[in-house]
Structures are given as structure tokens and as C-alpha cells.
Design a protein around this ligand. Structure first.
Ligand code: PEP
Ligand code: MN
Length: 263
């Protein structure tokens, strides 16, 4: 269903203020985790002023360690909804379990399926049955064909608003947290009509590498970028080392606009 042979025109996915695909480049920005109402509202206002078209923020966090911060859950979802009321930005947030889909869909415009859950087929079917756009992240050890087959689980339930996200894969290289293959964009554009979003934050794991990868993603025609941004990265409760501060995000957006007038 995702194949260009079935549908030769690129798909434009719309969710509130967010438009991704068919010439539209969406910019999803915000903290890894929602931490407080002040934090998420202030970040939302700043990323919107810089040019973001949607707000990201995790309320249910799939952490590698069970001892790490797990997210504010429904309280965090309410804070995201407040940030949307204040800014008009669409909300992108992760759902980690099938039983939470209804709850998260009550507050979110886009349901994010995290890398760890790319092959959680029951979860994919569940988000395929709700009227919310889906951002499907590539598993760090999944092939592109496995990513495309995972998308089919969602599409087959009737949900056509699916975005694919390259967020980096595991390789022998250790200078970055993951290895970010930008060729995924060109490859997928030749295989599928679904839009392709790049996540340079998880893809590199280092804030210093994120701006260049944002610009590169836009330059090669990615349909969107998703970027971790925090007002005080060293105070962040998760992924601070790969989060841009507000002035750096603003500067990065200026560079992105210089290479693509689509934003
Ligand atoms: C995230 O977006 O914060 C996240 C957990 O991403 P991933 O699933 O790609 O690791
Ligand atoms: Mn993160």
C-alpha cells in the first residue's frame, strides 16, 4: 500500500499546523520530555517564533533504563495541550503501548511510534484505527524494508496519514550515538509515496552535530525534520546532550530556510 507502484503521487500528511510531504517540509521541534507547563509552553513559543510548524515532547518515555525518568504521562499530555492552545502548534508525542492509544490520541495531533516499538505490530494496528497522523520511527536495527512493512500494518487498518522517520541505526561506529543515513530519504522517495522525516537529534546524539544534519536533510529534500530543543539543555531530564538551545535552533532554522524555501 505504501508503494509508488500503487500510488505514484507523493502523499501530503496534514495534522493541524503540520504539513509534511509533496513539497511541504514540516519542522517538529521541542524537548525530548515534557517536564513542566512552563518548560513546554516557553519552548513552544520559542520554536514557533523560530519557524517550527509542530511541537514535540514526550509524556510517555521509553527509557533504556527503568531507573531513568519515565515521563509525566497524562499530566504531560495536558501540558502539551496547553502549549497547543497558547501557540496553535500541532502536538507530536509518543505512545508506547496499545492500551494508551486512546488516551494519547485525546491530546495529540500526531502519534509517534518510537524506534523501540517499530515492530510492535499490535500497537501499529491500534494507531492504524484512530483518526490521528502517525510518525513511525525506524528501529535502530531494522532494515528500510522492515520499516516499510511496519507502515503497512498502520495503512492496512485504514489510517493513510503515515510519516516515516529515519532516526539513525546501530553500526560499529561509536563517535555518534547512532549512524544517521541520509540516503534513506532518496531511497524511500524512490520506493514510497509516504513522506520521510529526519531526526538529527537521535541520529547523531550530539548537539554540536545537529545543525549541519538539519540543513543537509532539508537540502536533500526530506519532507520534515524532528529536532530536540530545550531552553536549558544541561538541565534536561532526558537527552540534554543532543538538544539544541533556543538561539541555536533559531540559527539552524535560518540556515535551513536558506537552502529550502519550502519551510
Ligand atoms: C524520542 O523521540 O525522544 C525518542 C525516544 O526517539 P527514538 O524512539 O527514535 O529513540
Ligand atoms: Mn529523546
Amino acid at each position: 500500500v505504501a508503494s509508488l507502484e500503487v500510488k505514484p503521487e507523493p502523499t501530503l500528511v496534514k495534522a493541524g499546523s503540520l504539513e509534511v510531504g509533496n513539497g511541504k517540509c514540516g519542522v517538529i521541534a521541542g524537548p525530548c520530555s515534557v517536564e513542566s507547563e512552563d518548560q513546554i509552553v516557553a519552548t513552544a513559543k520559542a520554536v514557533k517564533a523560530a519557524g517550527a510548524t509542530a511541537l514535540r515532547g514526550g509524556a510517555f518515555k521509553p527509557r533504556t533504563s527503568p531507573y531513568s525518568f519515565q515521563g509525566l504521562k497524562e499530566e504531560g499530555l495536558k501540558m502539551l495541550a496547553t502549549a497547543r492552545e497558547e501557540t496553535g502548534l500541532a502536538v507530536v508525542t509518543e505512545v508506547v503501548a496499545s492500551e494508551d492509544v486512546e488516551l494519547v490520541a485525546k491530546y495529540a495531533d500526531v502519534l509517534q511510534i518510537g524506534a523501540r516499538n517499530m515492530q510492535n505490530y499490535r500497537l501499529l494496528e491500534e494507531v492504524g484505527r484512530v483518526d490521528r497522523a502517525v510518525l513511525l520511527k525506524r528501529g535502530p536495527s531494522a532494515t528500510i524494508d522492515e520499516l516499510l512493512l511496519a507502515a503497512e500494518y498502520i495503512l492496512n487498518e485504514g489510517n493513510t496519514r503515515v510519516m516515516l522517520c529515519e532516526r539513525g541505526i546501530r553500526t560499529f561506529e561509536s563517535h555518534t550515538r547512532f549512524t544517521l543515513p541520509l540516503a534513506t530519504v532518496s531511497y524511500l522517495h524512490q520506493k514510497t509515496h509516504l513522506p520521510v522525516v529526519i531526526d538529527p537529534s537521535h541520529g547523531t546524539g550530539h548537539a554540536a552535530l545537529v545543525p549541519d544534519m538539519c540543513v543537509a536533510a532539508v537540502a536533500i529534500g526530506a519532507d520534515g525534520i524532528i529536532v530536540e530543543v530545550h531552553p536549558e539543555p544541561d538541565q534536561a531530564m532526558s537527552d540534554g546532550y543532543q538538544s539544541l538551545d533556543l538561539p541555536t535552533f533559531d540559527a539552524t532554522m535560518r540556515r535551513c530556510r536558506a537552502v529550502a524555501n519550502a519551510i
